[in-house]
Design a protein around this ligand. Structure first.
Ligand code: SF4
Length: 353
């Protein structure tokens, strides 16, 4: 691995002429930077931008964010996925107000102590808001550095993280830490892309090891593949005149604190009859059940889980016995609740109301 002393100059020069116009690049407000960084984790820029603007409009400061209820935050976050990000942000906003008088800590270590803020985000906020010399190493940075230097250490290992972070810190221009970090990430996001990188227009194409060795496709190296869990969700939509029922997901699982229709999780795609038998908790045996509609199975792909789901519309004669977590909801109020993607899609498909 060689250190190219002109690396940061070339990179910053490229950035000056090629950076995209993005709203969070116009601010040094740590709150706005934090918001953009958390939203953009696992989210495409075009989708994230709409949420960023929406959140800043609704909550212009960390104090406003902290004052909101968690339900309000989750509702505004709906559709972005990875809801623990929103819950952690809410927790952190409240901590900043109660422990730091509403001001973001201005050093890397204190930022790192906040919930939901890892090394990457702490470095991004410290460098962009306070110009402190900490390299922010995200997936783009791993890719660029592994290709330019031909590094084959797997990026998903402790050793890989250490090696790439040390190299990024060595290359960082301490006078322009925020710009350097943004430039390197932008370079990876728009030029040194995972597939078909723009090597012909790259300022490093005379020294890039991966280009020379024709290994751009195989770098960066990843060691382990994520194990995927497959689950089967049967949602029961109970027609009780102008009302239906929702439950809040409270356990430490996907979509925590979002609302959903009463759920029966089965071990595979069970017959409808078997599903209803397994949902005894919800439907007493003597109830008269009319099945109004049964949707086909659909699939929601999450990073570590594949969720197969369907909706069963039921009309039930007699008193309905539901788990204590269920609440009776007026159908026209249902859009006020933060719900996971499958439920949102079903409400839109079915012209709810
Ligand atoms: S030459 Fe190609 S692979 Fe190498 S850094 Fe430039 S864009 Fe990436």
């Amino acid at each position: 691995m060689t250190k190219d002393t002109s690396f940061s100059q070339k990179l910053l020069h490229w950035y000056e002429f090629n950076k995209r116009d993005l709203p969070w690049r116009e601010t040094a407000d740590p709150y706005a930077i934090w918001l953009s960084e958390i939203i953009l984790q696992q989210t495409r820029i075009d989708q994230g931008m709409a949420y960023y603007i929406r959140f800043l409009d609704a909550y212009p400061s960390v104090n406003d964010f902290a004052k909101a209820s968690e339900d309000e935050i989750l509702k505004l976050w709906q559709g972005l996925g990875y809801y623990s990000r929103a819950r952690n942000m809410h927790h952190t906003a409240r901590e900043i107000v109660s422990q730091h008088q509403g001001h973001f800590p201005a050093d890397y270590q204190s930022l790192l102590r906040l919930k939901g803020i890892g090394e990457y985000t702490a470095a991004a906020i410290a460098s962009i808001a306070y110009n402190l010399p900490h390299a922010a190493v995200d997936g783009n940075v791993f890719r660029v550095l592994s290709r330019i230097n031909g590094i084959e250490t797997p990026i998903d290992t402790g050793q890989g993280k250490k090696q790439f972070t040390a190299l990024a810190n060595e290359l960082l221009d301490p006078q322009q830490a925020g710009n350097f970090n943004q430039a390197l990430m932008e370079f990876g996001a728009t030029l040194c892309t995972p597939k078909k990188p723009g090597c012909a227009n790259c300022p490093f194409n005379t020294s890039c090891v991966a280009l020379r060795n024709k290994t751009t496709e195989s770098l960066p190296v990843k060691k382990g593949k994520v194990k995927i869990r497959t689950r089967f969700f049967n949602y029961l939509i109970i027609n009780d005149g102008s009302h239906t029922y929702l439950s809040k997901r409270t356990s430490n699982d996907i979509w925590k604190n979002l609302y959903e229709f009463p759920l029966t999780e089965t071990s595979d795609k069970k017959e409808l009859h078997q599903t209803l038998v397994e949902s005894q908790l919800i439907l007493p045996q003597n109830a008269k059940i009319e099945i109004e509609e049964e949707t086909p199975w659909q699939k929601q792909v999450l990073s570590h889980q594949h969720i197969f789901y369907r909706f069963i519309y039921l009309k039930i004669g007699g008193k309905i016995k539901l788990p204590s977590s269920a609440i009776k909801v007026n159908k026209k109020d249902i859009f006020n609740f933060a719900v996971p993607k499958p439920i949102e899609k079903e409400l839109n498909r079915n012209n709810w109301l």
